[in-house]
Design a protein around this ligand. Structure first.
Ligand code: C2O
Ligand code: CU
Length: 489
């Protein structure tokens, strides 16, 4: 196995490496002339809590005048934002009009294993799947995406990502910005590489498997360097990192302060002031940004510390931060100007409540065996979790409904974003220290650089037929076997 340093040097030497921001850095000035696309809002309650999604291929021009083949949920790319109310039962109908087998996983939604949409729940081409989703969790920003083993990474890269908003009334009670598309914006952050004809280039060379697929261009809601017009007051951004592998290190070009108000599983106890925020694959943060000064500002992403020299944005290291998108203010009246000082009561996260402790060593050590990852690979990110690669026939962990456990996650090879299905957790420690305040709330994925201790709450059932997954959310790592399954009864 290589050390992280050798790994970084080896990787940088490979010219096929996609490095986020290269294209932007090379192209010089950015004009930000594409208006930020806002996904369609489906408010489930407005349509009798019955929601249909059609998964199909489409055409979408990332590069002007050069349409590419893409995938989407009832859209050429990405999908709608589905708003669900706590306490409602949503009858979903998902139709697969792709020519590939897929699944739909409701990432972060607390539902039993048999409607979670994991790799066992295949929807064949032409078929429909009708899960009933019982929404019973606090307000949060969640998402949905495919989970068909060995094709998850490609399908997401082609565009299959949608957002879910769970509403429990707290937004109105707290007076938070909540006018969708105006002062409450979904921002789906991804990176992609494009061929000269504008088509999506999904790299499956050895490097992509070792590091995960990384593109050279940042996209937001499917657009390159878009511009959003926002009212001159407080604006809520629902940030979702839906990249296959890239961590985004976000800040504003004027280094203004903003506040994190929610993480994956819902609100934090109070707004957390930040000037920079790292968001790893599958993580969500809701942030409040104040545009009262009326000035335009650029959201930027910087070097990915967790990736060593490979995390640099420009090949020569010159552009430390590259633009993601621009915000300009309108002259309308702001809808919200004041930020609440307190958000929700969070219970204390205490080890004492745990019935047991388990350790998960997530290892992406390299080996040269071609057979381990199919025909794509010369080098294979292998090993897996606790020395075992994913096996759909094997149940790795048995948990008990209504209990808490401490899961200690140890990262080997590189930093891994570790995700658990069907449960939320609190971070007890990360790299040996208590979590910083914006990581102290409820989560379902955490970027583990060395080790982290998680207090996981199990309150959803999952059987052997439909177990829950836990895995690295670098999608190429997941595909290479950094995934396990647990049941809960
Ligand atoms: Cu985003 Cu296994 O999930
Ligand atoms: Cu990983």
């Amino acid at each position: 196995m290589l050390t992280r340093r050798q790994f970084a040097i080896g990787a940088a030497a490979m010219t096929s490496a996609g490095i986020v921001g290269r294209r932007i850095a090379e192209s010089g000035a950015i004009d930000f002339n594409t208006p930020l696309p806002i996904p369609t809002l489906i408010d489930a309650a407005h349509q009798g809590n019955a929601v249909s999604l059609k998964i199909a291929a489409g055409r979408h021009a990332f590069v002007h005048g050069k349409p590419a083949t893409t995938y989407g949920y009832s859209a050429p790319i990405l999908g709608p934002v589905v708003r669900m109310r706590r306490g409602d039962k949503i009858e979903m109908t998902v139709e697969n009009a792709l020519d590939a087998v897929t699944t739909v996983h409701w990432h972060g939604l607390l539902v039993p294993g048999d409607c979670d949409g994991g790799p066992q729940q295949l929807i064949r081409p032409g078929d429909r799947w009708r899960p009933v989703l019982n929404v019973d969790q606090p307000a949060a920003t969640l998402w949905f995406h495919p989970h068909a083993h060995h094709d998850t990474a490609r399908q997401i890269y082609m565009g299959l990502t949608g957002m879910i908003i769970v509403d429990d009334g707290a937004d109105a009670r707290l007076g938070l910005p909540r006018t969708f598309g105006i002062d409450d914006l979904p921002l789906i952050l991804q990176d992609r590489s494009f061929a000269s004809d504008g088509s999506i280039e999904y790299g499956t060379d050895g490097l992509a498997i070792v590091y995960g697929a990384r593109g050279d261009t940042v996209i937001v809601n499917g657009a390159i360097a878009p511009v959003a017009k926002v009212p001159p007051g407080l604006v809520r951004l629902r940030l979702l990192n839906a990249a296959n592998a890239q961590n985004f290190v976000l800040r504003f070009s004027d280094q203004r302060r903003f506040h994190a108000i929610a993480s994956d599983g819902g609100f934090l106890s109070a707004p957390v002031p930040l000037t920079q925020l790292t968001i790893s694959p599958a993580e969500r943060f809701e942030v409040l940004v104040d545009f009262a000064n009326g000035k335009a500002v650029v959201l930027e992403t910087g070097p990915d510390e967790a990736m060593g020299i490979f995390g640099r944005l420009a090949p020569d290291g010159s552009a430390d931060y590259v633009p993601v998108m621009r915000f300009e203010t309108t002259t309308t009246k702001p809808l919200v100007k004041e930020m609440p000082t307190r958000l929700v009561e969070l219970s204390a996260a205490s080890q004492a409540s745990a019935v047991r402790r388990r350790q998960f060593v997530v290892n992406s050590g390299i080996c040269m065996d071609r057979t381990q990852a199919g025909e794509h690979a010369d080098m294979v990110a292998l090993t897996g979790i606790n020395g075992q690669t994913f096996d759909m026939e094997r149940i790795d962990v048995e948990t008990s409904l209504g209990t808490n456990e401490v899961w200690e996650v140890v990262s080997a090879g590189m930093a891994h974003p570790f995700h658990i299905h069907g449960a939320l957790f609190r971070i007890l420690s990360i790299a040996g220290a208590p979590p910083p305040p914006h990581l102290a709330g409820w989560k379902d994925v955490v970027l583990v650089e060395e080790r982290a201790e998680l207090l996981v709450t199990f309150n959803q059932p999952a059987t052997r037929a439909h177990p829950f997954m836990y895995h690295c959310h670098i999608l190429e790592h997941e595909e290479a076997g950094l995934m396990g399954q647990y049941v809960c009864a």
